[in-house]
Design a protein around this ligand. Structure first.
Ligand SMILES: *[C@@H]1O[C@H](CO)[C@@H](O)[C@H](O)[C@H]1NC(C)=O
Ligand SMILES: *[C@@H]1O[C@H](CO)[C@@H](O)[C@H](O)[C@H]1NC(C)=O
Ligand SMILES: *[C@@H]1O[C@H](CO)[C@@H](O)[C@H](O)[C@H]1NC(C)=O
Ligand SMILES: *[C@@H]1O[C@H](CO)[C@@H](O)[C@H](O)[C@H]1NC(C)=O
Ligand SMILES: *[C@@H]1O[C@H](CO)[C@@H](O)[C@H](O)[C@H]1NC(C)=O
Ligand SMILES: *[C@@H]1O[C@H](CO)[C@@H](O)[C@H](O)[C@H]1NC(C)=O
Length: 177
């Protein structure tokens, strides 16, 4: 194939790549963390400090891409609607992606709570393992809908590099994704 016709074939893609740009308003990725302080669980809004970049991958150029660290496995789980949990520490440091249902996380002896539904704000991280939180947190399901989620433990129980933006769960303004 002549160089000219190769260029002609490539050009539409170049234009497409130029038009599809990531929403540059996303400059930092935040998520709610179930963390721990003084041997008790707490909710915090974390900002992940691993690289947030623009994808150069052919076909999805321009997509915003946030690294979330290395993980060890992936577990799907399901609970019936209305499930009322009891206090437990996180079994490992793990991301939790809510696929369906309305998760309600509360902390014993605390007014902290967060409600999470499926969608772009449905990623949490639980880091209140038994060595840092005596009692842990309570996970319940509001409403009748079955709760399904993906639990993704981090490699070697590592807590991803982050900074704490504020105490309490991330609010909508922290999650303008
Ligand atoms: C970028 O994100 C902001 C805030 O969510 C939104 O208002 C705006 O329409 C988005 N722009 C593009 C080009 O998607
Ligand atoms: C993930 O694992 C790779 C290979 O061991 C390592 O090079 C990299 O630094 C790890 N990434 C993070 C964020 O820890
Ligand atoms: C909550 O506080 C009460 C009174 O201080 C205490 O007896 C109880 O053990 C606490 N429960 C938890 C789960 O920390
Ligand atoms: C947390 O509480 C447990 C149970 O009371 C206790 O065995 C452990 O030593 C405490 N850990 C810390 C770091 O205070
Ligand atoms: C608690 O255990 C987790 C998971 O094994 C580990 O990553 C973390 O470093 C431990 N924290 C402390 C304070 O010992
Ligand atoms: C994450 O938090 C920072 C600091 O509050 C904020 O500037 C940024 O817009 C937030 N990111 C998103 C995607 O909402």
């Amino acid at each position: 194939m002549a160089l000219g016709s190769k260029l002609a074939t490539a050009l539409p893609f170049l234009f497409l790549a130029a038009r599809i740009n990531a929403n540059s308003s996303i400059t930092a990725f935040n998520l709610t963390a179930i963390s721990a302080f003084n041997n008790a669980s707490i909710l915090e809004c974390w900002q992940i400090t691993l690289p947030l970049t623009i994808s150069q991958t052919a076909g999805i150029q321009g997509a915003a891409v946030q690294q979330l660290g290395n993980v060890s496995s992936m577990v799907w789980s399901s609970l019936p609607g209305g499930f009322a949990g009891s206090p437990h520490p996180a079994p490992s440091v793990q991301y939790n992606v809510i696929l369906s249902g309305t998760l309600h996380v509360t902390i014993p002896n605390s007014s902290q709570e967060v409600t999470v539904v499926s969608g772009k704000r449905s990623l949490l991280i639980a880091a209140d393992t038994a060595n840092v939180s005596r009692t842990g947190h309570i996970s319940s399901l509001l409403g009748k809908e079955q709760g399904t989620s993906l639990m993704i433990p981090t490699a070697n129980n590592e807590i991803p590099p982050h900074k704490v933006i504020h105490a309490g769960a991330c609010g909508k303004r922290d999650l303008e994704l």
